[in-house]
Structure formats: structure tokens, C-alpha cells
Design a protein around this ligand. Structure first.
Ligand code: AHR
Length: 498
């Protein structure tokens, strides 16, 4: 019997809404076409930013958006992206396909996008090829409210008042595309650069150091030991790479059960990785002052046939919905340390929420998972015990179910559950640990399909979408539900105190 017991009296922390954050890089068709079409475009836009995409993103309450990269961040010189657009420098985006970047989307446009989305901006500064002075000036340009060279330049460019900017990253993947540094060296570089990232007036900057990836625990250890006191957040990147390895990635839509299983197995690894990175952080920061910021995560498949290999454009199937559901459950459960996460990436790149084709736009299964899970934003994480069987394939096992539980400010308890089993439904009974809480009503929404590789296309836009879930009944002591094979489910429990 699969059983969920919710320990409603044991709050385990607050799920920071920024766990539901996103990432937009100057890469492929993410910024240009995906978000920015320009003021003269026939595609309906507000000051150059496409309305359909903004409207869809507002629905899922994007709390924070990271920009301009990624690897692009350490190539980016922000002064190329300000002033009259026709005069902006055209540069080569050497990391992502060697294409021309016209810099039409720069600081002002990004801050406008965040305002339209009602999202907090998270800017990543250039350490790899930029100077300390350049980074210092960017912060002054963005946030200084007095008389200064950068404040004057900002005003000349049409923005009188400074913006509010909280989150600032000091380099990206400094162990790789951001400068190929060793941890020991970057720790010192970080200490130096962050010195000049100033908090002007009441604009408090939250400084995020470029962190580790996967199981590089040495990086986390060195950064925490040598520079922990100078940071508010330390990042971690983890991608669920399909196929055999990075060089032989699998297709986003053409895969069998074995490949499906392997991908979910990899997604589940994130739990263990976060536990281990957090344990290292605990050694140096037992109070958990420094946040773990998983500012790049998601599925990485082979690009769609016929598309530019460096544009990282991939389809998004029900399997990706499960990867998203599992990962978000993991972040929720680690909310004591994980206080932001940013899916890679928001539109047209990697595990995107939205795909565009000219003026058309489709929502991916991953978008629908973010829609379902938005109830967890800023809610109280509740403790629970989940006993479930395994999903076994070719002698290997993974737990069939994956969950997280929270209570929102209205008292509603939201349970998000993934049934990882590709072909079998799972019966589940659930209850509270306390008889004082009685469930009055239960509402369910589910994302599933007949095939694990089901996906939305421009021809068939709604193959995978949320549906009302009816296979749940209230019982004397709780509820009983039957989860469809390969599904992501949200149950909202509306309770009455007795
Ligand atoms: O998200 C794509 C790339 O993956 C980012 O630019 C980089 O930081 C990571 O390696």
C-alpha cells in the first residue's frame, strides 16, 4: 500500500518563491524572437517585448529572472547595450554560434521586461573578460540615486530614477566558460570583485558567487572556506542530460522506456547532490545564512533536427514535465538552504516553458508544471512521510512516487506528486498525522498523456495540458487517489479545524 502521512504540525521552513525562478540568456532564439521582437515588429509588443509571452509568464508568477547568461555573461560588456539602439555596437556572440548580436536588448530592456513580468531582476556580471571597474560602474548605473558619471549616463538614456536591483552574480561557471579558473584562484577573484559591488542608498545587493556543478564538492568547500563570509548566495548548476553522455545526448521526443527511466534516475540525483553540497555549507555556515542558488537546472537533450547546434532548441515532452516536477519537489524539500532556482531556459532554449515560431507560441508540459506548482511559492513546507513501491526496469529501481507538501496562507494544504512509473497507475492513500485536521474537500489537477514522449507542437498545441483530476475520494481518515502512469498531480486539501 502506498501511503502519504502529512505531519501538519511540523513546518520545515518557508518555500522561497524564487525557487520558481527562470533564466534568459543571449543564446539562440531565447532573447531575440522569444522575448524581444522590437518595437516595429508586426508581433504585438510593448516597447519591443512580445505581449503573448509576457502574458503567459505572468500567469505562472515568475518571481525572478536571471540574465544575460550563462556563458554569455562573461563575454558581455554592458555598455554595448545602452543608448540609442541604432548606434549600439554589433558584436559576435562567440560562445553561442558566432552569430551577430546587435545589442538591441540591453540593461533598459531587461529591466523593462522584469517590470512587465513583475519579476525581480537577477543580473550576472562579467568576471571572465570584464574588469572590476566595469562591474562597479554597472551597479552605479543601475542603482545610484545621486550625481555621478554613471547616474548621469543613465539619465541621458532616458531613465531618471535608479532601478531596484537585489540579486547580482559575480561571474558564471568560473570553472569553465567563465574563465577556466581553479576554485582557489576564483575564491580570491570573487573576494576582489565583490568588494566593488556596492549597495547604494537602500538598495541592498545580494551577492551570488559562481558555484559548483554536479558533484564538484571541492569547489563548494573552497568557496565556503575562503570567501563564504563575503557572499549571500553560492550557485550550483545541474543538468539532467539525456542519452549516454554530453557528447551523445538523446532526442527530446524519440526515446524508449529505458531512456525515460535513465533520465528520471538522473533527475533524482539532484536530491543527493544538494544534500552533499548543503552539508559542506553547513560546516562553514551552520546558521544557513548563505543560500544555495541553483541558478541553472533542467533537461538537456539533443537539438531538434535541422536547427543550429549551438542554439540549443529542443522539444519538451511529458518526460520533461516529470523532470520538472521531481526537481521542484526536491528544491521545496531543501528550502532551508535552497532559496532560489532558475530553470534553463525561459523561451526556446533547453527545457523551455514556451516555444515560439514567428508570431505563434506554444506552452510546453514544463510550463504547465510551473503553473501547477505556483501554489508552493512562499508557502510553509510541511513534513511528510511517503511510503511507496518502486518502479523497476531491467533490474534497476527508483521510487515510483515523488512529492512535496506545503500549506499556503489560507490554510490550504497542497500536495504535488509525481508518478514516475511509465506504464502503471499507482493507488495512494493519504491522511494527516493529527485527527484534529479533517479534510472537507479535495481538488485535483493532473498533467499526463498516453505516451511519455507526448508533447505540444504548433499543429497540436494542447496534447499535454493540465486537466481536472477526478480519481480522488475523501475517506473517513483522509483521501484515496489513483495516480495515472507518468503523471504530475496537484491535490489541494481544504481542511476544517475540529
Ligand atoms: O544554459 C546553457 C549554458 O549552460 C549556460 O550558458 C552555461 O552557464 C551552462 O553551461
Amino acid at each position: 500500500m502506498n501511503r502519504l502521512i502529512i505531519n501538519a504540525d511540523r513546518k520545515k521552513g518557508r518555500i522561497n518563491r524564487n525557487i520558481y525562478g527562470h533564466f534568459a540568456e543571449h543564446l539562440g532564439r531565447c532573447i531575440y524572437e522569444g522575448l524581444w521582437v522590437g518595437e516595429d515588429s508586426p508581433i504585438p509588443n510593448t516597447r519591443g517585448i512580445r505581449n503573448d509571452v509576457v502574458e503567459a509568464l505572468r500567469k505562472i508568477k515568475v518571481p525572478v529572472l536571471r540574465w544575460p547568461g550563462g556563458c554569455f555573461a562573461d563575454h558581455y560588456h554592458w555598455q554595448d547595450g545602452i543608448g540609442p539602439r541604432e548606434k549600439r555596437k554589433k558584436i559576435v556572440n562567440s560562445y553561442w554560434g558566432g552569430v551577430t548580436e546587435n545589442n538591441h536588448f540591453g540593461t533598459h530592456e531587461f529591466m523593462d521586461l522584469c517590470a512587465q513580468l513583475n519579476a525581480e531582476p537577477y543580473i550576472c556580471g562579467n568576471v571572465g573578460s570584464g574588469t572590476v571597474y566595469e562591474m562597479e560602474q554597472w551597479i552605479e548605473y543601475l542603482t545610484f540615486d545621486g550625481e555621478s558619471p554613471m547616474a548621469s549616463l543613465r539619465k541621458e538614456n532616458g531613465r531618471e530614477k535608479p532601478w531596484k536591483l537585489k540579486y547580482f552574480g559575480i561571474g558564471n561557471e568560473s570553472w569553465g566558460c567563465g574563465g577556466n579558473m581553479r576554485a582557489e584562484y576564483y575564491a580570491d577573484v570573487y573576494r576582489r570583485y565583490q568588494t566593488y559591488v556596492k549597495s547604494y542608498g537602500d538598495n541592498e545587493i545580494f551577492k551570488i558567487a559562481s558555484g559548483s556543478h554536479d558533484d564538484d564538492f571541492h569547489w563548494t568547500e573552497v568557496l565556503m572556506e575562503r570567501a563564504g563570509q563575503f557572499m549571500d548566495g553560492l550557485s550550483l548548476h545541474y543538468y539532467t542530460v539525456s542519452g549516454e553522455c554530453w557528447e551523445k545526448k538523446g532526442s527530446a521526443t524519440e526515446f524508449g522506456l529505458e531512456e525515460y527511466f535513465r533520465c528520471l534516475q538522473k533527475a533524482l540525483l539532484l536530491d543527493d547532490l544538494i544534500t552533499k553540497h548543503s552539508a559542506i555549507m553547513d560546516k562553514y555556515d551552520p546558521e544557513k545564512r548563505v543560500a544555495l542558488i541553483v541558478d541553472e537546472w533542467g533537461a538537456w537533450h539533443r537539438v531538434e533536427p535541422g536547427t543550429h547546434p549551438r542554439f540549443l532548441y529542443q522539444q519538451n515532452s511529458l518526460r520533461d514535465a516529470l523532470i520538472a516536477g521531481i526537481s521542484l519537489n526536491i528544491f521545496n524539500r531543501h528550502c532551508d538552504r535552497v532559496r532560489m532556482a532558475n530553470l534553463a531556459q525561459i523561451v526556446n532554449v533547453l527545457q523551455a516553458l514556451i516555444l515560439t515560431r514567428g508570431e505563434e507560441m506554444i506552452l510546453t508540459p514544463t510550463y504547465h508544471v510551473f503553473d501547477l506548482y505556483q501554489v508552493h511559492q512562499d508557502a510553509d513546507l510541511l513534513d511528510f512521510q511517503l511510503d511507496c513501491g518502486d518502479y523497476e526496469l531491467n533490474g534497476e529501481k527508483i521510487p515510483a512516487l515523488n512529492a512535496s507538501v506545503s500549506r499556503d496562507e489560507t490554510g490550504r494544504v497542497n500536495v504535488t506528486l509525481c508518478n514516475l512509473h511509465a506504464t502503471e497507475r499507482v493507488d495512494l492513500v493519504g491522511c494527516f498525522n493529527s485527527a484534529e485536521l479533517k479534510i472537507e474537500r479535495v481538488e485535483g489537477t493532473v498533467i499526463t498523456a498516453d505516451q511519455v514522449n507526448a508533447h505540444n507542437t504548433f499543429e497540436e498545441t494542447n496534447k499535454v495540458k493540465p486537466e481536472v483530476f477526478k480519481d480522488v475520494q475523501l475517506k473517513e481518515a483522509g483521501f484515496a487517489a489513483t495516480l495515472p502512469a507518468a503523471s504530475v498531480l496537484r491535490l489541494s486539501l481544504i481542511c476544517a479545524q475540529q
